[in-house]
Ligand binder design. Structure first.
Ligand code: CUK
Ligand code: CUA
Length: 657
């Protein structure tokens, strides 16, 4: 008898054919609507065997994990590659009804900031932790742009475990950049902000830009064993806007690079408008030297006010610490710390090739892509080939640091990644394409259309010393006709491209959650074996844990009622509760007694204006509820956990005061 697998294998080529035809049709459609004559190019750009290349049979696992940022949704989504299957959404700077993150009492402190509870942010850049310049699969660092924060996700549990607010920052965009051994996670601000070393309110005239505004580069120290973050110091840099960051490797690994724009803003904010300078800058910062200066007493201290929130492992409860001081360095006090390299106007991405020699700067409006040479930069510094200075920072001569310019790459270059075989791939936002060029002679060798207006692109390991280099994911800003229409709002489109051969081949479109900017990917076997299956009940140190049914209780203290509840297939204990009064504050501390993989229980009660919470095996989670009226309120388990799941329920009676 023919097995199902064999049937599927046979079916795959037919599916591939269908895919080809469908893509051809869509292209003809788009040709009509936007005049983009890409039909011929894409027919050949689509791999004839695309379906089988992305087909992961039922029960089989993907080769890679990929982590796509959620942009204005504040979360990270985990996709398997090459299938493009969505595996999980990890809430970071967002409340997540699915598991109660940001709603449960345990997680609320994660989202506390000096501005209060801020359960939203704009998450752009995920970066995997590194060992010896290679991603090690331990943690994922991400940035929150808007209320400047850096978060750490633990890849054993796929949960956000730490969030650090950043003082002296606004629009934490060139962030986070973990150095090659996670010594530091470095985060640069986009907006310069008024600084008051004496801890004033920051209420200053916009005319005082030149004197009072500065940007900041934060140096967050990472505990090598546990991953815990700690803001060590900041460099307070001249007030241009900093856009993106990337770090060196090999010979350049002591350096981190930032693109900057609006460098003419050194006068007053009111002059800003059309950029007048014909060049902006790439800022090169020697982070090792900065750390040395800070250690050797060059750092001063200023008042600050920022939150550091950490999830405790034993109690699964987040705690906030408010920090009141920050150490800072001024580049003018620290020779050799920082240099400026003239870059085309309004640069965006900065990407360093795997050898660490080339820094690729994408000028969104520029007609060529300048590639700077790290060895030339060192020579130029040694020989003082300066073109004056800007705000006390030496500017290196363009010609003295330039390796080459990639000519006629396309329109609107944004970001570049590398395949480790001598090729670079740059996303072109305006001409909607990925362009492949050689690092050897800086010549364009291939291009493939993407649909449409690509932002970042990502090659697994493409920002490390040894890229994996088999796939490329294009993260597109505009979807239009790629999927069935869903009203005015469409899911953004990611596209998987095969880069294993000479020619790039399109393999797959898949919809994303909100707006991915950047992404990371890593071989599954660096993460999967360490994945936690459940929490050990006897290691649960939650203050209100009930480790067995007989520990369950209802206690009152003033108008606070605490219900220590247990959940196990297929009942909750206690399941019938009386003695609660209108206006009481009721805490349901629910412990999941299961010690098995993938058996969460949920908890929800009628009328609670909170959410549900989902409790992993061995953990305790708390839902807070203040009943507003008398009556009988049913509660139940929200996760279909056994054949008797529907029986996991109970009643709570609320009496008038
Ligand atoms: S940015 Cu979005 S496309 Cu925030 Cu990295 Cu370039
Ligand atoms: Cu427990 Cu459903």
């Amino acid at each position: 008898m023919e097995t199902i697998l064999n049937k599927l294998r046979k079916a795959a080529p037919a599916a591939a054919l269908l895919l080809t035809v469908a893509a051809g049709t869509a292209l003809q459609g788009c040709q009509k609507t936007n005049g983009n004559d890409a039909t011929g190019a894409t027919a050949s750009a689509l791999s004839s065997d695309a379906a089988s290349q992305v087909y992961v049979a039922p029960g089989k696992h993907d080769e890679l994990y990929s982590f796509l940022s959620g942009g204005f949704n504040g979360q990270v989504s985990v996709y398997g590659l090459p299938s493009g299957r969505l595996l999980k959404i990890i809430p970071v700077f967002s409340q997540h009804a699915e598991n109660g993150y940001g709603y449960s009492e345990e997680s609320k402190a994660m989202l506390q900031t000096s501005h209060g509870f801020v359960p939203w942010d704009d998450l752009h850049h995920p970066k995997l932790s590194r060992s010896k310049g290679m991603t090690d699969g331990r943690w994922l660092f991400v940035n929150g742009n808007n209320t400047p924060r850096v978060a750490r996700i633990d890849l054993t549990t796929f949960e956000t475990v730490e969030i650090m607010e950043l003082p002296n920052s606004a629009g934490n965009h060139c962030s986070p950049y973990p150095t090659n051994n996670n010594e530091y996670v470095i985060a640069g601000t986009r907006f310069s902000v008024p600084l008051d070393m004496k801890g004033g309110t920051g209420d200053v005239s916009l005319d005082s830009y030149k004197d009072t505004f500065r940007g900041s580069i934060s140096f967050i120290k990472v505990d090598q064993e546990k991953g815990d973050m700690d803001l060590d110091f900041q460099i307070l840099v001249p007030g241009f806007d900093y856009d993106l960051a990337n770090g060196g490797k090999g010979p350049s690994e002591d350096w981190v690079f930032f693109t900057t724009y609006n460098s003419e803003k050194a006068g007053t904010l009111k002059e800003v408008g059309a950029s007048q300078n014909d060049k902006d800058y790439l800022a090169a910062v020697n982070w090792k030297l900065a750390a040395k200066y800070a250690k050797e007493g060059k750092a001063r201290e200023m008042p600050a006010n920022y939150y550091h929130n950490k999830m405790d492992k034993g109690t699964h409860t987040a705690k906030s610490t408010v920090k009141k001081k920050v150490r800072y360095l001024l580049p003018e006090d620290c020779p050799g710390l920082m240099y400026l390299l003239p870059a085309p106007k309004s640069p965006h991405g900065i990407d360093v090739d795997p050898s660490g020699e080339f820094m690729v700067v994408s000028g969104k409006l520029a007609s060529a892509i300048p590639v700077f040479s790290f060895s030339k930069m060192q020579e130029a510094i040694k020989n003082k080939q300066f073109d004056g200075e800007k705000n006390g920072i030496p500017v290196l001569k363009y010609e003295s640091v330039l390796a080459a310019e990639v000519k006629e790459p396309g329109l609107g270059p944004l970001h570049t990644e590398f395949d480790g075989k001598g090729n670079a791939y740059t996303s072109m936002f305006v001409s909607s394409e990925i362009v492949k060029w050689k690092l050897k002679d800086f010549k364009v060798v291939d291009r493939i259309p993407v649909y449409y207006s690509v932002g970042h692109l990502m090659i697994p390991g493409g920002d490390t010393k040894e890229p994996y280099g088999k796939y490329l994911v294009a993260m597109n800003k505009i979807t239009k006709d790629r999927y069935l229409p869903t009203g005015p709002e469409l899911a953004h489109a990611a596209q998987l491209i095969d880069i294993s051969g000479e020619k790039m081949k399109l393999l797959l479109d898949f919809p994303t959650v909100a707006e991915p900017h950047y992404a990371q990917a890593i071989k599954a076997d660096l993460v999967a074996p360490k994945s936690v299956k459940f929490h050990k009940l006897d290691e649960n140190k939650h203050a209100y844990v009930a480790k067995k049914e007989s520990d369950a209780s209802v206690t009152r203290q003033g108008n606070v009622v605490r219900v220590k509840m247990t959940a196990i297939r297929s009942h909750m204990t206690p399941d019938n509760i009386e003695g609660v009064q209108v206006g009481d504050t009721v805490y349901f501390h629910v412990t999941n007694l299961e010690q098995d993989w993938d058996v969460p229980h949920g908890f929800a009660i009628m009328g609670a204006n909170n959410a549900e919470t989902l409790i992993m095996p061995g953990a305790t989670q708390t839902l807070k509820w203040v009943p507003k009226k008398a009556g009988v309120f049913p509660f139940y388990c929200t996760d279909f956990c056994s054949a008797l799941h529907q029986e996991m329920q109970g009643y709570l009676r609320v009496s008038p005061k």
